[in-house]
Write a protein that binds this ligand. Structure first.
Ligand SMILES: O=C(O)CCC(=O)C(=O)O
Ligand SMILES: [Fe+2]
Length: 260
């Protein structure tokens, strides 16, 4: 990517609170990632938090291992997990992504957490629709430097539960909000709901497989339920520039991850 393209991404991010990098990952890599991480998806395909850390991946996929009959297969499951975790980590610190984020923030950034959201068609979690929220409402970085990336592992549109944003909503700091459980919630409506009297225009975002959405932590966004036959898998990774403070969180346990 040349300087002109990088400048354009940065301008979009600053002006609009988000930018989209088209086709940052090839179809083949997307399919490989999805196939690998799907080994750890349990019944109903709930999201997997921090699949890049064994202490998270083991408890969230243990029923998959227990379903295996022989000890040989169980040990293989765990052995393969080691390898797969390094694949997930490599996506978090993908060189092209890190370069773009560093350029946008004019500072080196560290990954803090990741989440795989399958929105697998015809499962309970396909109906999950995120309420309008700011990702920074969880982290509360007062300088608004938190960033979330969403890598789309399949095409994404209204029918299969794509994301929308509230235009220019990243310019007002952190809004008041109602706390919502946002990990394996029962009502299918996660996301700390923003409370504001201000009106924003809603913009629905469409993606192709391999596109990356870079979101300002204060940009209000949400998503639609997947009512189609097409799954809408995405791998989300959050980042923070060096020197910035953040709240770790009981579930997400954000930390500066020093992967290379
Ligand atoms: O997967 C989605 O539909 C939205 C996810 C999201 O906004 C989040 O994880 O904070
Ligand atoms: Fe979000």
């Amino acid at each position: 990517m040349n300087k002109k393209n990088l400048n354009e991404l940065k301008k979009n991010f600053i002006d609009n609170g988000y930018c989209i990098v088209k086709k940052i990952v090839s179809d083949k890599q997307c399919d490989f990632f999805l196939k690998t991480i799907s080994k750890y998806a349990i019944k109903d395909y709930p999201p997997i938090l921090n699949p890049d850390r064994a202490e998270f991946l083991v408890p969230q996929s243990i029923s998959k291992m227990q379903n295996l009959k022989s000890l040989k297969n169980k040990t293989k499951f765990l052995k393969d997990m080691e390898k797969d975790i390094s694949i997930f980590r490599s996506f978090m610190v993908n060189k092209r992504i890190m370069r773009i984020l560093k350029f946008i923030k004019s500072k080196k950034v560290d990954p803090l957490m990741s989440q795989m959201i399958f929105k697998k068609s015809k499962t309970k979690f396909s109906k999950q629709s995120w309420q309008p929220h700011q990702d920074n409402s969880y982290i509360k970085n007062k300088n608004g430097h938190y960033i979330t990336t969403n890598l789309f592992l399949n095409k994404s549109s209204y029918e299969n539960g794509t994301l929308y944003i509230w235009e220019k909503s990243h310019k007002d700091g952190i809004f008041k909000f109602n706390f919502k459980k946002s990990y394996r919630e029962k009502d299918g409506k996660p996301g700390n709901i923003v409370k504001t009297k201000k009106n924003f225009k809603i913009k629905i975002l469409n993606f192709k497989k391999g596109d990356l959405l870079v979101l300002h932590g204060n940009c209000v966004h949400g998503s639609f339920p997947n009512t189609s036959r097409t799954s809408r898998p995405l791998y989300s990774v959050s980042y923070m520039p060096i020197g910035e403070k953040f709240i770790s969180g009981k579930n997400a346990q954000r930390v500066r991850l020093k992967y290379s």
